[in-house]
Design a protein. Structure first.
Lengths: 325, 496
């Protein structure tokens, strides 16, 4: 068990190194700092001096991987790779284009992101599983049939329409909740109400349908037939046997995304004016702040890899049959 | 000799036509193969599969028409006038220099498509700003001079509803009779199409010896071998709308106009091609990676498997939106610094669309790759492949002859299932600012432009509604079609 987890941990670190190298190649090799400088300063009529000044200010004026002018460890340390990419492992992300420390900003913004992401995740899971169980209980009846159709219809609407339409109906026509904004602490619940409802609603179609398939696949298995054969009611079969066994793939699937909740949601945060990491990322993309985008790619990947590690562990916990050599 | 137009092949056009050719070749092979033919017929035997196939076919037709681009020949006097009009200071030394350039090219610098030409009678151009669907007056008040006084009211539209003498009293009657005529036209077109279908069915060996009437009544009560009634109903719905558009659109803005006075019907129709290109070309780019790496990993196992698994786990670890955003940012820097790659704005937008598909493809092959690896791992242990290996058949030949045909259903299912997700993703990416070129007409740019209009007072609801309806029908049809294809091709569904 311990050996297994250690091995997965080492593999996770190897993947993180791969992500780090990949982002480095993308951001500095494909796109040289000169290109970025020219982009930031305006493409036409930029002198080489202006570009060099821009690079020096931001520390891009060093060699990429190997510094021949420096001494000793400096040959490796005084390079763009070490300062801009390798330093991320020690959670040192440098400064954004507006001069603020990226790591500090991330710590500040994780709170609002979680305040929206956790309720959406938890409520969504409960709602989707409930609907899926109802449809599985009434399988091959009109309730199931209509449910599947509703799911497909809900799936076919773009998430943007849910947000725009929801904001319009709930805030503008019915005046039920503020259209956007954020406030720290419990007093801010009314700002989170609308984004939570809309995010949960927009996920119902695909989520319910996915869980329904899992339950239906579970229901043709042998142990279910045994349970019915020994005279258990359909209700008991579904809630005591199928639900427990169906939860294994659902929970292990959910564990992967739990660490990613920190990243928040790109779209709903920016629509609802929540100052989380999602809206931070969007702002960075729109203002072409490569430093922030690079940091978010690294953090997102690290969190996902952490989620994979958690999944591996949760398998051993949820399903004792999983043998780990 | 001068042609009235010069064809223009954009990057995505070429790929779209290659893809169409590949699909045609594929279906010709399916026709010859008994098993594949039966499976495809099973996908269409489902009424929702049949109806959605018809609707998707219409969308594809629009997309193909919109992929045939050309540059029209400028009439000589217009070219000269254009040159003289371009700079306001007419008799400048600069102007005489600019004039020959225009005359030499002679072909308009903008790209038109066949769809543009077909839609021209139904797309009134020249409004200044918003107007409601079927409106006679503008949506925004304007100042105008009348008898020396300044009046502020809603002006008549510039090009729409010009035939009405008194818009207030004539409008209701005009719209009513035109709608009725349009619906009647739709019904007639549907009947003609049905008659054509019955005519084809009479000749088909499956309906041997049946009269026209018998086939028609069986079609209507759904007793034929295929659910033709669903096809006729779907086509009929589309033709009814087409009839309405044919009668109403030459004199009204059927779906209203947007902020700069462009007809939303036209914008929605043009968005279809962008959506289709993103949905299909992206999968085209994912296939080589997923196929080669997935099958190689599963077939050769060992070191190769380790390396490939490492590659796709690494790529999959990066949140896809961020990876796409980073790649598109880098792409826009590259496009910015290499302006010699494209001559016109249309080519620039097209190049960006092409690379967007490429980026989406490169970032999204991991799922299918994992699936193919797992399936190949299972297949390679089966007796017939063991036998082939024992006979000394080359690896490549085993993969080509024995593995590839047996994973084909997975590839097909994943291609059709991915399509609708990609169409939806385009809208989100355009919102984030890493989607298609802002000058390219797409659902994403339409929604993006319409987003702020919902908070206007009074609300401009029609641009969002137009984008919503077209996108919803396209994605719903794609989802339903994907479902019936999956049900037909996935061996697991037959158990239930």
């Amino acid at each position: 068990m311990l050996a297994y987890i250690t091995r997965r941990f080492l593999y996770a670190i190897l993947i993180l190194v791969g992500v780090n190298l990949l982002t480095f190649v993308l951001f500095f090799k494909v796109n040289t700092p000169d290109d970025i400088a020219r982009m930031q300063l305006g493409t036409k009529r930029v002198t080489q001096e202006a570009i060099n000044k821009w690079k020096t200010e931001r520390g891009y004026d060093k060699p990429l991987i190997f510094n021949t002018k420096a001494q000793g460890m400096g040959m490796v340390k005084e390079t763009i790779y070490f300062e801009k990419s390798f330093e991320m492992f020690s959670l040192n992300f440098g400064r954004a284009d507006d001069g603020r420390d990226i790591a500090r900003e991330i710590v500040h913004r994780a709170g609002p992101s979680l305040a929206l992401a956790i309720p959406v995740f938890a409520v969504g899971l409960v709602v989707n599983i409930t609907f899926a169980l109802i449809m599985a209980f009434f399988r091959a009846s009109y309730i199931d049939f209509v449910g599947v159709i509703v799911c497909v219809v809900l799936m076919s609407v773009s998430g943007l329409f849910y947000i725009i339409g929801g904001q319009y109906v709930m805030s503008k026509v019915l005046n039920l909740a503020p259209i956007s904004g954020y406030q720290d602490g419990f007093a801010g619940w009314k700002f989170l109400l609308l984004p939570t409802i809309i995010s949960v609603f927009s996920g119902i179609g695909s989520g319910t349908r996915w869980y329904r398939t899992i339950f239906l696949e579970e229901m043709v298995k042998d142990y279910v037939r045994t349970a019915r054969a020994k005279g258990l009611s359909e209700f008991t079969v579904l809630f005591k046997h199928v639900l427990k066994n169906g939860l294994i793939p659902i929970l292990t699937g959910a564990v992967v995304v739990i660490p990613l909740l920190f990243m928040g949601s790109l779209i709903s945060e920016s629509f609802f004016g929540i100052p989380g990491l999602g809206s931070y990322t969007i702002e960075a993309i729109q203002s072409q702040d490569f430093g922030v985008v690079r940091s978010m790619v690294f953090i997102g990947s690290a969190l996902y890899i952490f989620g994979l590690l958690l999944t591996d562990i949760s398998y051993t916990w949820a399903d004792p049959r999983v043998r780990l050599e | 000799m001068e042609f009235p137009f010069r064809p223009l092949f954009l990057w995505t056009d070429v790929l779209v036509f290659l893809l169409t050719a590949a699909v045609i070749v594929y279906f010709m092979r399916v026709r010859r193969d008994v098993n594949q033919r039966a499976t495809w017929l099973r996908a269409l035997r489902n009424p929702s599969g049949m109806a959605s196939a018809v609707i998707l076919g219409l969308f594809v037709l629009v997309g193909l028409l919109d992929s045939m681009h050309f540059r029209p020949l400028l009439p000589p006097q217009a070219a000269a006038a254009g040159a003289a009009k371009a700079p306001p200071a007419a008799k400048d030394a600069k102007d005489t220099k600019a004039a020959p350039a225009v005359v030499v090219s002679r072909y308009a610098p903008t790209a038109l498509s066949v769809l543009d030409v077909l839609l021209r009678p139904f797309n009134l151009e020249g409004e200044r700003t918003y107007s409601e669907p079927l409106a006679t007056h503008a949506f925004v008040k304007e100042n105008r001079e009348e008898n020396g006084r300044t009046i502020r009211d809603f002006p008549r539209l510039k090009v729409a509803a010009q035939h009405l003498k008194d818009p207030v009293s004539d409008w209701a009657w005009d719209v009513t009779w035109r709608s009725a005529a349009g619906l009647l036209l739709g019904v007639v077109m549907t009947l003609v199409a049905t008659a054509g279908l019955v005519g084809l069915l009479v000749r088909h060996p499956a309906q041997k010896g049946l009269s026209y009437g018998a086939i028609f009544s069986r079609l209507w009560s759904n007793q034929l071998s295929m659910p033709w009634r669903a096809a006729v109903l779907a086509l009929g719905g589309a033709l009814l709308l087409a009839g309405l558009v044919i009668v109403l659109a030459p004199v009204y803005h059927v779906l209203g106009t947007d902020k700069v006075g462009k007809g939303l019907l036209y914008l929605s129709m043009k968005s279809v091609r962008t959506a289709l290109v993103i949905g299909t070309l992206t999968t085209l780019f994912t296939l080589p990676f997923a196929l080669l790496l997935g099958i190689a990993a599963g077939y050769f196992k060992g070191r190769i498997d380790d390396i490939i698994q490492y590659i796709y786990t690494t790529l999959h670890s990066i949140p896809s939106v961020l990876l796409i955003a980073a790649s598109v940012l880098i792409l826009s820097v590259q496009l910015e610094s290499n302006p010699e790659l494209f001559a016109t704005a249309a080519e620039r937008a097209d190049l960006r669309l092409f690379f967007l598909c490429l980026i989406l493809g490169v970032t999204s092959w991991t799922g299918l790759c994992r699936l193919l690896r797992g399936e190949t791992l299972k297949l390679r242990e089966l007796e017939y492949i063991q036998a082939a290996q024992a006979f000394g058949v080359a690896h490549f030949r085993i993969i080509w002859r024995h593995i590839l045909p047996n994973v084909m259903h997975l590839i097909l299912i994943s291609v059709v299932m991915e399509f609708s997700g990609l169409v939806l993703a385009e809208a989100v990416l355009s919102y984030v600012g890493v989607g298609v070129d802002p000058s390219m007409i797409s659902f994403g740019t339409m929604i993006n432009a319409a987003r702020m209009e919902m908070s206007r007072e009074p609300v401009v609801w029609w641009s969002l509604t137009a984008a919503f309806c077209f996108m919803f029908v396209l994605v719903l049809a794609a989802n339903l079609f994907a479902d019936s294809v999956r049900d037909a091709f996935d061996p697991r569904t037959h158990i239930r």
